[in-house]
Design a protein. Structure first.
Lengths: 163, 393
């Protein structure tokens, strides 16, 4: 990978709002070159999406999250893609992953209450033909989300002057 | 009653002759001020990568709190041998050619004491880290200063070095990538220095602690030049590359006679380097490359950012190719480095280090560390711009 592309991706992964001008100042490239490079990265799907990590608790929106483990049976001529597609189209479902190991698919579901989530799983997921079993784990606290630590307690004091 | 006593009369002459620190005053000025932005720090603003800290913690939990071999943990020396062979094809015997020290500071002190006899001249290239001259003085040697210049991008030239060499010259202290200028040496320039070293039968003490922080070109250890391995002791450490400053861990690599002599001093003044830090260092060498490279890329971005910032406020600055310092020229303002830095602190609350703290050759310059957050760098540049505008009025 080109070193400059790596710089651009690292900067944007850390701060999706970084402007081409800001990225230019950090890399020595021109803002125009940065814009072009980003456009190409978006076009080719390297950059999938720009999003914000929100701590909804702080504005009183107490969402409930759960991790659901699914065991599924595959039908003839159908891979996991088909069941994954059925599942990820629900807006309540925040992520869908195919895993190795004891169960097949892991999803994260968001709802307004535990009841909300439990009913969603019981009515919409468990009832799918391919789903053999579900196991629901409610999230009690999120410490780190997508590389971002949500409540960092420590700050380190350095000497203001040293050689 | 026994008479009172003035303890200052007991102080050794050599200690009294150490020049005062150029930044002590700044410590006093800074404490008491609020909303200070500091570009005056000589250490990474990253915390030691977690996998290294975790390994240190684990070792403490297991009760690994004993002395180690005077030379340092054998596993650490083995890892260093492997690392330097892989990086540069340098082949140091872990049993006899590597000494683990308490920071590069200790390595420097004992390297100089190991080779300097009273009256020997030691060439110190300036601007450079502040410990070299005092270390030579404390060893009874005579420091001889050779200056580097902005016109040469602060790298050392054979022409500048040659006139300083006399029949009494024993050794030369090099520091590239350089603190405070950020300069590195190109291989051709180093070969010229190596020729002079051989011609005059000199020993080289090469402080390469900023080795891994090289942004343009590749670092060339002085000892990797043909014929230089046995004439050079390389001093290096974990502070800058792995953000481990407070863990105090360095090392020296050189010929068995030199390393053994350094160990003779080390065993009595230090016994061994702290074991917790040594265990962290093994982890750093084994698994720390990714985190280290991530930090280096981050410094590199800040380097571009600060250079662009200085440019935008009209401060001339050679492009620093290593370390994490920019060294802009402020001589045009008519202020000395110290006056500029002191007024900048008092009037705009930005800490920088006056260039002359690193030797007379640094007069007219400021050391600005970009191992600071982007927000702080941005703020500092704005305030420096305001300060410069005010000076012009």
């Amino acid at each position: 990978m080109d070193e400059m592309i790596r710089h651009i991706l690292e900067i944007l992964e850390n701060d999706a709002r970084a402007s081409p001008e800001e990225i230019a100042a950090l890399t020595g490239m021109s803002a125009q070159d940065v814009s072009q490079a980003i456009a190409k990265l978006e076009e080719t799907g390297v950059i999938r999406h720009y999003k914000t990590i929100v701590d909804w608790d702080l504005v009183g929106e107490n969402y409930v999250y759960a991790v659901i483990e699914l065991k599924v049976t595959l039908e003839r001529n159908q891979g996991y893609q088909v069941i994954a597609e059925r599942i990820y189209k629900f807006p309540e479902v925040r992520s869908v992953r195919l895993l190795s190991g004891d169960y097949d698919i892991s999803l994260t579901v968001r709802g307004k209450s535990m009841k909300d989530v439990a009913f969603f799983v019981a009515e919409k997921i468990a009832t799918l033909d391919q789903v053999q079993s579900t196991s629901t784990h409610f999230v009690l606290k999120t410490y780190k989300e997508d590389g971002v630590i949500l409540h960092e307690p420590e700050s380190i004091q350095r000497l203001p002057v040293s050689f | 009653m026994r008479p009172p006593c003035d303890p200052s009369k007991f102080i050794a002459e050599a200690v009294k002759s150490i020049p005062p620190s150029g930044i002590r005053r700044f410590f006093d000025l800074v404490s008491g001020l609020e909303d200070v932005v500091s570009l005056g720090v000589g250490e990474p603003d990253f915390i030691t990568p977690w996998h290294i800290r975790e390994m240190c913690i684990h070792s403490l939990e297991k009760g690994q709190t004993s002395y180690t071999s005077n030379y340092g943990l054998p596993e650490l020396r083995d890892e260093l041998t492997r690392t330097y062979y892989k990086r540069y094809g340098l082949d140091y015997d872990p049993a006899s050619e590597i000494l683990i020290t308490t920071g590069v500071s200790e390595a420097l002190d004992i390297a100089i004491r190991a080779v300097v006899n009273p009256g020997d001249e030691v060439i110190v290239v300036q601007p450079s880290y502040v410990a070299y001259v005092p270390s030579v003085i404390l060893a009874g040697g005579k420091p001889v200063i050779v200056s580097t210049h902005r016109d040469d991008d602060f790298s050392l030239t054979a022409e500048a070095l040659k006139p300083a060499i006399t029949s009494k010259t024993k050794a030369i202290v090099l520091n590239f990538p350089n603190n405070p200028t950020g300069a590195i040496m190109q291989q051709e320039g180093m070969e010229d220095i190596a020729d002079l070293v051989v011609e005059n039968d000199l020993f080289v003490i090469s402080d390469e602690v900023y080795e891994c922080l090289t942004y343009e070109g590749t670092h060339v250890p002085f000892s990797s030049l043909e014929g230089m391995k046995d004439r050079t002791v390389m001093l290096n450490g974990f502070s800058k590359a792995y953000a481990m400053t407070g863990l105090r861990l360095g090392f020296a690599m050189g010929a068995p006679d030199i390393i053994h002599s350094m160990m003779m001093i080390h065993q009595y003044c230090m016994l061994c380097a702290p074991i917790t830090a040594q265990i962290g260092a093994i982890e750093a060498l084994r698994n720390g490359k990714g985190e280290m490279e991530r930090m280096v890329r981050e410094y590199d971005r800040r380097r571009h950012f600060i250079m662009k910032g200085f440019n935008s406020i009209g401060l001339e600055c050679c492009s620093p190719k290593g370390a994490f310092y920019a060294f802009p020229y402020i001589g045009d303002t008519g202020l000395s480095s110290s006056d500029f830095a002191e007024r900048l602190l008092n009037e705009k609350k930005v800490v920088t280090i006056p260039g002359d703290a690193f030797g007379e050759a640094g007069e007219g310059f400021l050391r600005c560390a970009y191992a600071a957050s982007l927000d702080d760098i941005k703020k500092a540049i704005e305030r420096m711009g305001d300060f410069l505008d005010k000076l012009k009025q």
